[in-house]
Write a protein of this length. Sequence first.
Length: 144
Amino acid sequence: MKNTIYILIILFTIIACSTSQQKTVDTAVKQNVAVNDTVRIANDSLEYEVIIIDNGFSYWLASRSYPRNYHSLSFLESKNYLYVTEWNNRVLQPMRFSPNLYEMRIDYQPNIHYGYEVNYLIYNYMIYFQNTYKQKLWGYVPSR
């Protein structure tokens, strides 16, 4: 009788240990949003063109950015000037800042009226860039 109890205890211990290592399969699949990762901003009358190629920016813009007309045009212009100035400083210092992040200089001139849409997209790209790549170009960066 004692042997039967010992055998049952060992059997239950083995079963208990083997069922605790049950593997679960995560069925949630992360969507790959690579359909439209290029944002093109063009104005033929001013002869300028801005092309933003960054994976995830279109999705971020649609899901996390503030809606259009949330900020005033003067706010966007002043923030863009500060962000672009610091961006261009970092482009000129490839030994200090990653040349993979800061590849090209941005020609943003404060005396040219680019319009609300261009300033809105540049501002939101700068916020996206700073939050995604853990950079701080200037001042407070809202986390979205």
